[in-house]
Design a protein around this ligand. Structure first.
Ligand code: ASP
Length: 322
């Protein structure tokens, strides 16, 4: 059963928070990040937190609650007071989890109020610097020839890195050993240390290491090459035109959060997405803020539903659900 607040609890909370809604916020706001510090979701959150905090006139605390591919943090925020003081940054995993977990303790569309989309981040297939294959084609051949010895890092079932690995393995028809981490921040540390062979992760976590030559990069999962990494071929150029994924991020409040509070948070998000430093840093990291008309509760809710439908089908046809 998905988590739902009972009518009585909801009413009591609304009565308690309703009086505060006009003055909101009067104290710090916590954004829960569902993966470890230092990874891509954490990076995006910390970049927008500063201008959002300025817009709200209150401190923003970023709290990393890693585990179970992001579902632990989503469960925590679904159960938090719906008062706007605890919100969630989540990514594409919000739309893949229903197809991957049959015991989710929340319902992505029922347990939250959508606040707005943030950014859609390309993914890159990368490997430890001394991994044998040099090109994406060689990677496919190598993984196909050595399925029992290669290791793929991801951030747990439901993470974008997990989804990307699924799509890759489905496209080439091979399964390899996956090594789960609390986020791709720590996974990157192990990749750099040579403890794991390859992973697919967002440009917000890989651009620096690719440019610095610390990892081998094979391809980017977008239809066009990126300005920030112009030498990196697309997966389509490398022969897998259907292997494409963009990691969309959005902000969520617990279901029952007053509409005015959600509107205040959405307005602060929009201010952050226009911030010069956010625009510049996002571009350096291979991404961009969504257009402002996507950073709204309505557009986000529509997109979430479309993505649940899309990934539900893809995951079912890859035979990867529970
Ligand atoms: N976003 C990453 C993933 O889904 C995890 C992270 O942010 O650390 O794999």
């Amino acid at each position: 059963m998905p988590f739902r607040k009972t009518g009585a609890t909801l009413l009591a909370t609304l009565l308690a928070t309703g009086a505060l809604a006009q003055d909101y916020p009067t104290g710090p706001v916590t954004i829960v990040v569902p993966f470890a510090a230092g990874g891509p979701t954490d990076t995006v959150t910390r970049l927008i937190a500063e201008p959002m905090s300025a817009a709200l006139g209150q401190q923003i605390v970023v709290q990393n609650v890693a585990g179970a591919g992001g579902t632990l943090a989503a469960t925590q925020v679904a159960n938090a007071q719906p008062d706007g003081y605890t919100i969630l940054m989540h990514h594409i995993g919000m739309s893949t989890a229903p197809a991957l977990y049959d015991d989710l303790a929340y319902d992505p569309t029922e347990s939250f109020e959508t606040i707005g989309l943030v950014t859609i981040v390309p993914m890159t297939m990368i490997a430890r610097r001394d991994f044998e294959p040099d090109t994406f084609e060689e990677l496919v051949d190598y993984v196909t020839a050595n399925p029992d010895s290669v290791t793929y890092a991801n951030a747990g079932i439901g993470a974008a890195s997990h989804l990307c690995g699924l799509l890759f393995m489905d496209a080439i028809g091979v399964d390899v050993l996956t090594v789960p981490y609390q986020g791709t921040g720590p996974a990157m540390t192990d990749l750099l240390g040579g403890q794991v062979d390859f992973m697919c992760d967002q440009t917000t976590n890989t651009t620096g290491q690719i440019k610095g030559g610390e990892v081998k990069a094979y391809a980017v999962t977008t239809p066009e090459r990126l300005e920030s990494l112009p030498d990196l071929p697309t997966t389509a150029e490398a022969g897998l035109p259907d292997f494409q994924v963009g990691v969309w991020h959005g902000l969520y409040a617990p279901a029952g959060t007053p509409e005015e509070v959600v509107a205040t948070l959405s307005a602060a998000l929009q201010t952050a997405l226009e911030d010069e430093n956010v625009v510049t840093r996002f571009a350096e990291l291979g991404t961009a803020p969504v257009p402002l008309d996507q950073a709204t509760p309505e557009a986000h809710a529509r997109y979430l539903q479309e993505q649940i439908d899309l990934w539900g089908e893809v995951i079912a046809s890859a035979g990867a659900g529970d």
